[in-house]
Design a protein around this ligand. Structure first.
Ligand code: MG
Length: 327
């Protein structure tokens, strides 16, 4: 081990893949003709569907710290991608993983793979290929999903009069990250916030259920206000939104008090779904969402023009210019 320090030990790529990433029994899919082990994977594209593809990279120092639990890094590398599929209303099928690590640390790789596959199994995603390389720690995942032909939910479909909703409790993830930075241990009620940051749950079931209901959708990765602006800009609309309606969790309110609302509006890494719904479909949405495990909250309405206005208690509310850019 000492000899390996100072120079990059080359990974025995085959051994790493064999040991940590090629366990076909974990997620069997009949649409995987050829998985890991050949020059390329072969899959059978579902008939009558459009393929939906997303890719995202997590890099140490930018998206996670050197002492982040490897299980969380494995989970998040897949979760952030699945969240992008959720935001299109797509169902996940397959994933590829390109992993860069400074050395073949069996404990780290074991925990990474545990986090990755626990989530993959939950949503029946098959890992069909990838690459491992010696280098700075980072993971690039590409996910493939599908949606009924032409039925995906774009960012650009919001229309004036539509209502805007968000799932879950935006801000919990950034609060969890701040707790990790500040204390290194979970304070009362903080464990749930830390969990929201380390193990975000992609809203796949909710995203699919919103097909035919949501007119536009985005996942909240950069913060509620920022992502609302992106969705509305893509749709060529503005919005009147109630900052008092933003669903701040009880744990967040207890631990962050007056910081809660600014954090909920500007913190990223939530992976909740932000979407718009035509007014006539709102009763259907309410009936549907009553069965979901996460709450939905109506934030306000889409307007003509380009301005995204927040108000609080009848007055204009200025979203503070906090920057919680990843680390
Ligand atoms: Mg996204």
């Amino acid at each position: 081990v000492a000899a390996a320090r100072g120079r990059r030990r080359s990974l025995d790529e085959f051994a790493v893949i064999e040991r940590f990433f090629s366990r076909p029994a974990r997620t069997r899919r009949t649409d995987v003709v050829l998985g890991i082990g050949d020059d390329a994977a072969v899959t059978r594209a579902p008939a009558g569907k459009d393929l939906v593809i997303a890719t995202d990279t997590l890099v140490e120092g930018t998206h996670f710290t050197a002492d982040a639990p490897a299980r969380s890094v494995g989970h998040r590398s897949l979760a952030v991608n699945l969240s992008d599929l959720a935001a299109m209303g797509a169902e996940p099928l397959w994933a590829t993983l390109a992993l860069s690590v400074p050395e073949a640390d069996a404990d780290w790789l074991g925990e990474f793979s545990r986090g990755f596959f626990a989530l993959a199994r939950r949503y029946r995603v098959a890992l069909i290929g990838g690459d491992t390389v010696a280098g700075p720690a980072g993971a690039t995942v590409t996910v493939h999903g599908c949606v009924a032909a032409g039925r995906f939910v774009p960012r650009s479909g919001a229309r004036p009069g539509d209502a805007m909703y968000v799932t879950g409790h935006p801000g919990d993830a950034v609060a969890g990250r701040l707790l990790l930075d500040r204390s290194r241990f979970a304070r009362r009620g903080g464990a749930a916030l830390i969990r929201a940051f380390l193990y975000p749950e992609p809203r796949l079931r909710e995203g699919r259920a919103l097909l035919g209901i949501a007119s536009a959708m985005i996942d909240v990765s950069d913060g509620l206000h920022d992502d609302a602006r992106k969705l509305l800009a893509a749709s060529g609309c503005g919005a009147d939104l109630d900052a008092g309606a933003v669903p701040v969790s009880g744990a967040m309110r207890r631990l962050f008090r007056e910081e809660s609302l600014p954090l909920a509006l500007t913190g990223g890494d939530d992976y909740e779904l932000l979407f718009t719904v035509p007014r006539k479909l709102e009763p259907r949405l309410q009936r549907l969402a009553a069965r979901w495990c996460c709450p939905i909250t109506r934030l306000g309405e889409v307007t003509t023009g380009k301005a995204v206005r927040w108000h609080l208690g009848g007055r204009a509310f200025r979203v503070p210019n906090l920057t919680f850019r990843h680390f």
